[in-house]
Each structure stands twice: as structure tokens, then as C-alpha cells.
Design a protein around this ligand. Structure first.
Ligand SMILES: NC(=O)c1ccc[n+]([C@@H]2O[C@H](COP(=O)([O-])OP(=O)(O)OC[C@H]3O[C@@H](n4cnc5c(N)ncnc54)[C@H](OP(=O)(O)O)[C@@H]3O)[C@@H](O)[C@H]2O)c1
Length: 262
């Protein structure tokens, strides 16, 4: 196990090959171009990560990028993360961003294995990575920062997105428990994006208040840097929408859902 270096910032990002994670890797590289930074990029598609490594290291001489082709649903994840850490040093920030979308089906329709895959990736996969990094920080006595990329969908069980909402609500509650267990030791930030223009949702007909992945990554980076407890991405209108969603009577949501799914 490599030693923890107190002055080297090492940021691990899961789901770094696409969308928010990819843009966040470039945003970090640009932001730390002067001070330097080590990035650990994690996802299943190794070729994309390898291209990103070349691109970032060519453009930003002070940024070192190491990659790991890792499926976070696999039990081999901790071993792969150890190998990555032997090249980067111990991560100081772990961004739990990898995720998959829902199939747009109601409960009882289609195959349950699709819903199980959403939970397995967005919740159990994120827990697997989080469990590993917290264990490492405990062993070396290091103060780390966990960032969970959740969703506005965590604020209410959304029709035709039940498994997705459940996965994100589960992640929120899991990270809240971490916050309590490691109070004063580990910083926890939970981010709730609205609609961000990425492949996860580009098949959807309605994507209100859509923003680009680059814009979202800038907001994500600034919230991580400020060490906030929770934030919506972007702030407007999701701060209001999420709270309204949580308060709406079931019949109002059911009527709205019928209108949108017609
Ligand atoms: N876009 C939005 O509107 C939105 C809104 C709210 C929340 N979010 C959340 O934001 C996060 C990023 O999503 P995105 O919008 O950027 O989607 P995306 O472009 O589809 O990116 C998803 C990333 O997750 C990785 N991934 C998926 N399954 C994985 C697995 N089993 N192991 C390792 N990596 C895996 C993918 O890489 P590989 O395929 O290479 O493995 C990819 O890099 C997700 O957690 C999503 O739920 C997105």
C-alpha cells in the first residue's frame, strides 16, 4: 500500500469515460494546471480512458493521469483500485459518478434484471468503491472527501424510473450514514443534478432546463472545491423542483405522469 502524501491531490473519478465524469476530468485538469494533480480515471471502456490520458497529459504538463478499466459491479473492483492506487498514491477525493439510466418501464413491466442492474451499478457499485476507499483512509489515518453524484430523482419515487430513483435515494441515505459514522474525519458531498446533456438521457423526449456536461462539470468542481454538504446542479430550478416533488400529493404526481407518458 503506497503512503499517503499530504501535499499531493489525487482525485479518482468513476464513470470517467463519458458525460459528467469525462467533463469533470478535463475541468480538474484545467483548474489544477498550475498546481498539478494526479487523476485516477475509472470506467469499463479502457480505450476511451487511454485517449483521455494522452489528451490531458499532452495539454497539461503538470497533470498526471492513470486509468483503470474497472466494472464497479465486479467483486474484482477493490483489487483493481489497489493497482490504480499503486500508480497514483492514495486518493484524497473519490467521486462516485458511474451510473446507468432506467428503461422507462413501469413496475411489473419488462425484465426485473434491468432494474437490478440499475441498483447493482448506481447503488451497490458506488458502495463497493466507497467501502474500499473508506477502508484505505481508515488504515492510513487520512482525511478524505467522498463525492456522490446522485440525482433530483432521489427526492421522489418517479414513475417509470422506480429503480433509478431507488438507486439514487439509496445512495443519498448510504452517504448520510457515512457522514455520521466518520464525522470530523471524512467529508461527504452529495450532488443532485437535474437534466445534463449526456448519453444517459439523450433518447428522452423531454429534458427541461438541460445544460451541457461541461457546464455541469464546472458546477460540480466548484461545489467539491467548496466542500458543500449537498447541492443541486444547476441550482435553478432544481432546488425548488426537488422540494416541490417531495411535497406533491400522490394524486397530483399521478395526473402529471399520465399526461407526460401519453
Ligand atoms: N445526465 C443527467 O441528466 C444526470 C442527471 C442526474 C444524475 N446523473 C448521474 O450522473 C452520473 C454520470 O452520468 P452521465 O449523465 O454522465 O452518463 P453517461 O455519459 O452515460 O456516463 C456514465 C458513466 O458511467 C460509467 N459506467 C456505467 N456503468 C459502469 C460500471 N458498471 N462500471 C464502471 N463504470 C460504469 C460509464 O463508463 P463505461 O461505459 O466506460 O463503463 C460512463 O463513463 C450517473 O451516476 C447519473 O446517474 C446524470
Amino acid at each position: 500500500m503506497p503512503q499517503h502524501s499530504t501535499n499531493q491531490k489525487v482525485v479518482f473519478i468513476t464513470g470517467a469515460s463519458s458525460g459528467i465524469g469525462r467533463s469533470l476530468a478535463f475541468a480538474y485538469a484545467s483548474h489544477y494546471a498550475k498546481q498539478g494533480l494526479v487523476l485516477g480515471l475509472i470506467s469499463r471502456r479502457e480505450t476511451i480512458l487511454s485517449d483521455m490520458k494522452s489528451q490531458i497529459e499532452k495539454e497539461y504538463k503538470s497533470i498526471r493521469v492513470e486509468i483503470s478499466a474497472c466494472d464497479i459491479t465486479s467483486p474484482s473492483t477493490p483489487t483493481l483500485l489497489e493497482t490504480l492506487t499503486s500508480r497514483t498514491g492514495i486518493p484524497t477525493i473519490m467521486v462516485l459518478n458511474a451510473g446507468i439510466g432506467h428503461q422507462g418501464k413501469q413496475i411489473g413491466q419488462g425484465d426485473i434484471s434491468d432494474d437490478a442492474a440499475v441498483i447493482e451499478t448506481n447503488l451497490v457499485g458506488a458502495m463497493r468503491v466507497c467501502h474500499w476507499v473508506v477502508g484505505v483512509w481508515e488504515r492510513v489515518g487520512c482525511v478524505g472527501h467522498v463525492v456522490g453524484v446522485s440525482s433530483v430523482a432521489a427526492w421522489r419515487g418517479l414513475p417509470t424510473s422506480a429503480a433509478y430513483s431507488a438507486s439514487k435515494a439509496g445512495l443519498d441515505v448510504y452517504l448520510d450514514a457515512l457522514r455520521v459514522e466518520k464525522y470530523g474525519k471524512i467529508k461527504v458531498t452529495v450532488l443532485h443534478p437535474g437534466y445534463i446533456d449526456t448519453p444517459i438521457n439523450d433518447m428522452m423526449e423531454h429534458r427541461p432546463y438541460l445544460i451541457s456536461a461541461d457546464k455541469a462539470a464546472q458546477l460540480v468542481l466548484s461545489r467539491i472545491e467548496r466542500g458543500v454538504r449537498q447541492a443541486f446542479i444547476p441550482w435553478w430550478p432544481w432546488t425548488v423542483v426537488a422540494r416541490l416533488l417531495a411535497m406533491l400529493p400522490t394524486w397530483v404526481l399521478a395526473l402529471a405522469a399520465r399526461k407526460f407518458t401519453k
